[in-house]
Each structure stands twice: as C-alpha cells, then as structure tokens.
Design a protein around this ligand. Structure first.
Ligand SMILES: Cc1cc2nc3c(=O)[nH]c(=O)nc-3n(C[C@H](O)[C@H](O)[C@H](O)COP(=O)(O)O)c2cc1C
Length: 365
C-alpha cells in the first residue's frame, strides 16, 4: 500500500499517523520513538511555562532529528470566577483529602497564575518547530500568520463540522476530527455548555465533505482495522492516543497502566470534575465524590488547580482512586510494548486490512 498523501507530504512523514499529544503521559522518549518510526510524534506542552516548554522541546531534539509536533492549548482564561464556589470546592476537597489520608495543599485563588500559549509561542518560533497542533480553540490571527510565515504546519482540533469550518477559514493546514470515543479533553471551543458528542464514524465523513483541508481521525483508532476504517471514511490520517497510554515510554505509573488495561469500554466516562472542561477518563473515587458533592465545578483551568494537589499526590503514590486517568473507549486494547513496536504493528495491521478489502472487492467483481 502506498502511504504517501497530503498529510504525509504536509507533515513530512512516512506514514499518516500522529501520536496524540497526551499531557501527563507523553514523554520526549515517546515522541522521538514515533517520529523515528516514520509517524509524527507530538509533544504536549499545554499550560506549561516557557522554560518547561523549551526544556521538553530540547529533550525531544536530543533524541531525534525527525519532524515532530508541539501541542498547545488555545483557550482563554476566564477573567473572574465565583469566589464562593471556589471556596466551597476547596473546603470539600480539603475534607475529602483528610478522610482519605491525602496530603492536600489548597491553592490560594489570588495567587493563581496560568500560562497560556502566548507565553510559549516565541519558544516554538525560535526552536523552529515544524508542526504545531492545538486544541480548545484557535490561536489569534497574528499568531497563525507568524507560525505559517515561518513555515510551520498547523493542526487544529474540531469536535463538530462548525468547528472544522472555523479552522478551515483560518487556513489551518490539517484538521483533527475528534470523535466522542476519544480519551482526554474534548477539544470543543464553540460552546461552553455540553460538548458535541459525535462518534468518529459519523464525524469524519461529515468534516471531510465540509472542508478543503486533509482530515485526521481521532477517537477509537486502536489498531490497523480502525485506522483503515477511518481512511475509508475519507480521513487522510489518524491521531492515536489511548493505544500509547501504557507503552514503555508512557509516564503513567504501574497501577494506573494496569487499571487502563483492565478497563471496560464503559469505564471511560465523560466528566468535568477534575479540570472544569469535559474530558473522558476512567471513573474513580475522586471523580465520583466531586460529582456526588452536588457542588458546581469551576471553569477550566480553576477546577484543574483545585484538584491538582490531590491528583499529583495520587500520581506519586500510584493511587488510581484519586488520579486522573484520561482514556478513550478503546483504551483497554493498549499494550505494554515500546512505542515503536506499537506503531509498527498498527502500520502492518492497516496494510493487512487494506489487502483484505482489496481482495474482497475483487471477489465481488
Ligand atoms: C491521557 C490523554 C491526554 C491527552 N492530552 C491531550 C493534550 O494535551 N492535547 C491534545 O490536543 N489532546 C490531548 N488528548 C486527546 C488526544 O489528542 C486524542 O484526541 C485522543 O487521544 C484520541 O482518541 P483515543 O484516545 O481513542 O486514541 C489526550 C488524550 C489522552 C488519552
């Protein structure tokens, strides 16, 4: 099968497969392994400082000279929040932590400072990043123009046709159609309310029909069969996240990896409780307790800051009851192998699926 298409030529890769950026999971080693194997590794830096961003980019560069993407969060931070709701959530989390023997350091609302992509863009330019992907919105026109003038390819995330059209109108080069199956945050940016929950199979062909740019399918792509199905629907590539969750290069602790591998497709639920933005992850005690408290969650990234200390305690102690375990509906298919082996298997399986389809068509003729 010939893999060369618009996506491979725009992103300068051999196979049209993007390793999804997964903040908290993806390491420079994972990015480099996938880029070395001929795909596009993606380094997530959403919400990090300029210094952290530079350090991670340089870590990837020390491991590979192949192209890779850097992934930004293109959201805006609310200028004010409901102080009483913040205090109520903080008090609830303080007593929850005490009952569960968790060391909780509550954030002080007035002291909170958030990094946005504005703090990172100069680093991406000076490091000459070849592909920049983003989610939660669209960077401002001036930033799109600067990145494009410097030769960067832009990859935007859409969860419905309307968002894809907005990205298309801004000359974003490649559009990721993120179906409802996907693990992690919904990339939704046209509404603050309930996000569109269109499955990959319905979303991909509708976006392909509506826009002029090549489309990557994301959400539930876990093997060669699902990859080939997405390509049959018109996608020119795929963005794969959950399949790399437990790979050797993933930074998830051991019990976390075990829980992911033993999850059923219905364990990966949609929640706002950890971060204030809708995201899909494995249900656990912390997620349920916040929901059962009846308290309003704060908007992103305030809720994220409120739960951060509990989640990082859980991460350090590998306590799955209190950690964030973002995962898609196909996460249990993930295997503990090097990222390169997972990548190569995906390509081999896709090739086999393609040959089977070809043979089937010939038999029917
Ligand atoms: C643990 C985890 C973290 C994620 N973090 C990010 C992120 O930082 N930036 C982003 O654009 N997408 C992020 N995503 C979403 C992925 O880019 C992608 O849409 C999703 O993984 C595709 O669905 P799949 O998990 O079924 O493969 C994350 C997904 C997971 C599972």
């Amino acid at each position: 099968m010939k893999w060369h298409n618009k996506v491979t030529s725009l992103l300068n890769i051999t196979y049209p497969v993007v390793q999804a950026p997964m903040l908290g999971i993806t390491t420079p080693e994972m990015v480099a392994a996938v880029s070395e194997a001929g795909g596009l590794g993606s380094l997530p830096v959403g919400g990090l400082s300029a210094d952290q961003t530079r350090e991670l980019i340089r870590a990837v560069k020390s491991l590979t000279s192949k192209p890779f993407a850097v992934n930004l969060f293109a959201h805006s931070v609310p200028s004010s929040i409901d102080a009483a709701a913040f205090t109520a959530m903080q008090e609830f989390l303080t007593s929850f932590a005490a009952v569960n023997d968790i060391t909780y350091v509550p954030p002080v609302q007035e002291m909170l400072r958030f990094h946005t992509y504005h703090d990172q863009i100069d680093i991406l330019l000076s490091e000459q990043i070849p592909s920049v992907s983003f989610t939660f919105g669209i960077p401002e026109d001036e930033h799109i123009a600067t990145l494009k003038n410097r030769g960067a390819r832009l990859i935007g995330t859409a969860t419905c046709v309307e968002e894809a059209l907005l990205l298309d109108n801004k000359f974003v080069d490649v559009i990721t159609a993120q179906g409802a199956e996907a693990g992690g945050h919904r990339g939704t940016f046209i509404t603050e309310g309930n996000p569109p929950m269109i499955g990959t199979m319905s979303l991909v062909p509708q976006i392909v029909d509506a826009i002029r740019r090549p489309v990557l399918a994301a959400g539930g792509i876990a093997d060669g069969g699902t990859m080939m199905a997405a390509m049959m629907l018109g996608a020119q590539g795929v963005q794969v996240g959950s399949a790399f969750l437990v790979c050797n290069e993933s930074s998830a602790p051991n019990a976390h990896k075990h829980r992911i591998q033993n999850a059923s497709s219905s364990d990966a639920v949609l929640t706002k409780n950890f971060s204030g933005r809708w995201a899909r992850g494995i249900e656990n005690k912390l997620m349920r307790a916040i929901g059962e408290s009846g308290l309003a969650t704060l908007p992103y990234p305030y809720q994220q800051s409120l739960t951060a200390s509990i989640r990082s305690f859980a991460q350090q102690k590998d306590l799955t009851d209190f950690a964030t375990m973002w995962a898609g509906q196909s996460a249990s298919k993930a295997v503990r192998k090097p990222a390169a082996a997972i990548f190569q298997l995906l390509i081999q399986q896709a090739q086999t699926s393609f040959e089977l389809i070809e043979r089937h068509v010939q038999v029917k003729e």
